[in-house]
Ligand binder design. Structure first.
Ligand SMILES: [Zn+2]
Length: 111
């Protein structure tokens, strides 16, 4: 049985996305939360997030701060992001998904 060999796709302060070179599973760490995804689930999340407009979809939460709720695809797990967090999150996901697509292209070419 292979152990996971994560390759870092993006790594920032408190935000890291890595993909296993064997099973292709993806680990997303955001602050102190770690969520695992299959590659297709992760790319779906990237697609969803890339289409979200913060101003149209955010809600005022108790305390008066605007927050955006994002479904992770896992039942009962949602991200709740401020505008600034959403910007970080969304640009990180788009970088990671571009890396994955590039790796897939390289794989196709080398086959
Ligand atoms: Zn693995």
């Amino acid at each position: 049985m292979n152990t996971c060999q994560p390759k870092i796709l993006i790594s920032q302060d408190g935000f890291c996305i890595a993909q296993c070179q064997h099973c292709q599973r993806i680990g997303l760490t955001f602050r102190n939360l770690l969520i695992g995804f299959e590659q297709t689930e992760f790319l779906d999340l990237c697609q969803t997030v890339s289409r979200v407009n913060f101003d149209e979809s955010s809600t005022v939460f108790p305390g008066g701060q605007l927050q955006l709720v994002i479904n992770t695809g896992h039942p009962d797990i949602q991200f709740m992001l401020s505008r600034q967090e959403f910007t970080t999150f969304s640009s990180g996901l788009s970088q990671a998904s571009r890396r994955i697509e590039m790796q897939q292209l390289l794989k196709i070419q080398s086959n």
